[in-house]
Ligand binder design. Structure first.
Ligand code: 572
Ligand code: ZN
Length: 357
């Protein structure tokens, strides 16, 4: 192909704390042989995007130079590299934002094990210094673009990324048919985990939060019980459902020390508690003796791997419906207002999305 392609495009670029600008930037050139050029359609706003906007950093990842935000994205393939076997222009795809660069032996080691989320050199949209997807076009490896069937919208496709944490948690725990699961935290991550847990066959999902609006949403999308109270109430709820044992699986999605301990406390002996939330200050006091005598296994997860094909199937089959979680839509030009909106409406806004195309 040799027609001219656009040299510039619009993008939402973070210049500093509370300084997000929609401006003209250089567009990507021709895709590499293994890449496709994707015209971005929908990008969800993640808590990490908001965190960079509010604080300019997450831990050691510091926004040192202007960075395009956004990593929950989908779009339409507009050009295909010469070595791409299975995608063509016009295909609608969900984009997996994390791609190992394979620049070190360690990276090859983890890639060959299928644990590519652990590759130390992973490229990840909107994690400094890597640019994200609040823009018109990206070039992306075709292996990390997943064709959506006709019955899955691009908006739903963009939700596969946040759903992936739930798919991965359910897989590694594992959640098996009939399980009783407790989830601490009913924010976007907790709610995506709720959807994935039900799809994995959990018979009972008890979810806790301090915000009633979030619990109401949780009940609407499949929570069998919600708890607004403290750790004792969550534990009592889990025990009542399990002949006094406690939950088979715990999923910690609040990132608060008290929620971590509430999740562990509600889990039965021999359970796995999946840790997703990152506590501010990085640490939490945990009773190790309690973990040992009850053989409660802690299983931290870092992003996910190999979840997108599952995500496509869950949406296409109707086993998961992410549509109720999309709370508000904005245009690319309105991205700065979208961030203001998300922060002002944390209790009720689960997922705001930017319709780029
Ligand atoms: O969807 C990917 C994702 N990952 C998050 C948060 C939100 N969305 N993580 C929490 C922050 N870490 S990090 O290691 N980092 C900024 C690279 O602290 C990544 C995973
Ligand atoms: Zn995210």
């Amino acid at each position: 192909m040799s027609e001219e392609i656009q040299k510039t495009m619009q993008a939402a670029v973070l210049h500093g704390v509370h300084d997000l600008r929609v401006e003209e930037v250089a567009a990507p050139g021709r895709p590499q042989p293994n890449e496709v050029r994707v015209q971005i359609n929908t990008v969800g706003i993640c808590g990490s995007d908001v965190h960079y906007w509010e604080h300019g950093r997450i831990g050691d990842f510091i926004v040192e130079s202007p960075m395009v935000l956004g990593h929950e994205c989908s779009g339409t393939v507009v050009e295909v590299g010469s070595a791409v076997p299975d995608l063509k222009p016009g295909d609608r795809v969900a984009i997996e934002p994390g791609v190992p660069r394979l620049s070190t032996p360690a990276s090859h080691f983890y890639m060959k094990r299928g644990e590519y989320n652990l590759c130390p050199d992973i490229f990840f949209f909107a994690t400094p210094p890597d640019h994200g997807a609040f823009c018109d076009y990206v070039n992306h490896p075709a292996d990390f673009c997943f064709k959506l069937p006709d019955n899955v919208s691009l908006e739903e496709g963009a939700m596969i990324e946040p759903l992936s944490t739930g798919i991965y948690a359910a897989r590694v725990a594992p959640i098996v048919t009939g399980d009783t699961v407790v989830i601490t935290g009913a924010g976007p991550i907790g709610l995506m985990n709720l959807l994935a847990a039900r799809a994995a066959g959990a018979a009972n999902v008890v979810i806790s939060d301090t915000v009633e609006e979030r619990l109401q949403m949780a009940r609407q999308i499949g929570a069998t019980q919600t708890v607004r109270g403290d750790a004792a109430e969550l534990k009592a709820a889990a025990r009542e459902l399990t002949n006094g044992r406690g939950a088979d699986v715990g999923i910690e999605a609040a990132g608060h020390p008290s929620a971590i301990n509430a999740c562990i406390g509600a889990a039965r002996a021999g359970a796995t508690v999946v840790l997703i939330g990152m506590p501010p200050g990085d640490t939490a006091e945990i009773n190790i003796n309690d973990l040992i005598v009850r053989e409660v296994k802690l299983r931290p997860i870092f992003r996910y791997n190999n979840t997108f094909p599952t995500g496509v199937n869950l949406l296409a089959s109707g086993r998961v419906d992410v549509k109720p979680l999309i709370s508000k839509r904005f245009s690319l030009k309105e991205t700065p207002e979208a961030f203001e909106y998300v922060v002002a409406n944390r209790a009720t806004c689960v997922k705001a999305v930017v319709d780029v195309g």
